[in-house]
Design a protein around this ligand. Structure first.
Ligand code: DND
Ligand code: ATP
Ligand code: MG
Length: 250
């Protein structure tokens, strides 16, 4: 199979879904949180290609631990796709929480708080502009639950959710995401030096081949690595489901 054509067709399929979602919603455009990483770069680029950059609002939401180069990479990405770009530091919101009774300052608690402050800010601007919030989750992090529940996984459309991370890199290259973004090690950016692969314990190539094999074999693990990855999939099931409720059995 011609890989370039296959990837090009995949982009068109996603762009069609983006256009359909916008037109059927009656909204005017998309808000995307721009981190300087490859998932948000690809999601924003696909939105811009689908509906025009002028109908996309890229918002950088730096925290005190955000590297300066991430802001520059995000600005360059938006410039390349004619996407208006805002920078809104989240430090004032973090400080407000720090004044709360029982506040504990740990990287884990602050990290999840930052992800939820970013979600709230993106929805504020989506409300203000009559836009939808475009999510940036990919299949690898979705299946592993590597996200903050109701934080970075909260969105109105998830254009790259079906793509494993290794596929995200290929699509990003296809649409012309700048090399500085593609070459950067994936990071949630919630504390200094955080790395997805170090925190998860596997390289994305290993994660993606294990997930593909597990999916193909009805979630039966065939080696120790798949066993560990299956454990993460099972432990994060609650992030992919409605909360337990009795709606269907009142
Ligand atoms: N069985 C269950 N049934 C229903 N709900 C359950 C539950 N177990 C936990 N919960 C709920 O879920 C909460 C824990 O989930 P959550 O708050 O998400 O927190 P958690 O999964 O513990 O941590 C988030 C992880 O995602 C990573 N992350 C976050 C944000 C962005 C990115 C990125 O790649 O950009 C990565 C972060 O580094 C960390 O490893 C619990 O406090 C509880 O409220
Ligand atoms: N500093 C930030 N400014 C704006 N949005 C952010 C910021 N940090 C995280 N986000 C949002 O949270 C999402 C999840 O972060 P995640 O790290 O998984 O993706 P990424 O940074 O786009 O790519 P990568 O995983 O390769 O770092 C981002 O795609 C982005 O939408
Ligand atoms: Mg990132």
């Amino acid at each position: 199979m011609n890989t370039t054509c296959e990837i090009g067709c995949e982009c068109e399929r996603i762009e069609q879904m983006i256009r359909h979602t916008l037109w059927s919603s009656g909204a005017k455009g998309f808000v995307v949180g721009i981190s300087g990483g490859v998932d948000s770069a690809l999601a924003a680029a696909l939105c811009a290609r689908a509906v025009g950059g002028e109908r996309v609002m890229g918002i950088a939401l730096p925290s005190p631990v955000t590297p300066e180069e991430d802001l520059k990479d995000g600005a360059d990405l938006c410039a390349a796709f004619d996407i208006p770009f805002l920078t809104i530091p989240i430090e004032p919101m973090l400080s407000a929480f720090a004044g709360m009774e029982h506040f504990e300052k740990t990287p884990y608690l602050s990290g999840n708080l930052m992800a939820r402050i970013r979600m709230t800010t993106l929805y504020y601007h989506a409300n203000r502009l009559h836009y939808l919030v475009c999510g940036t989750s990919n299949r690898s992090e979705y299946m592993l639950g590597y996200c903050t529940k109701h934080g970075d996984n909260a969105a109105d459309i998830q254009p790259i959710l079906h793509c494993y991370k290794t596929r995200v890199f290929a699509l990003a290259e296809e649409v012309g995401v700048p090399a500085a973004i593609i070459e950067k090690p994936p990071s949630a950016g919630l504390w200094p030096g955080q790395s997805d692969e170090a925190e998860i314990g596997f390289a994305y190539k290993e994660i993606d081949s294990a997930l593909a094999s597990l999916e193909a074999h009805d979630w039966t693990a065939s080696n120790a690595q798949e066993e560990l990855i299956l454990g993460k999939v099972q432990a994060s099931m609650h992030k992919r489901m409605d909360p337990p409720n009795l709606l269907k059995n009142p």
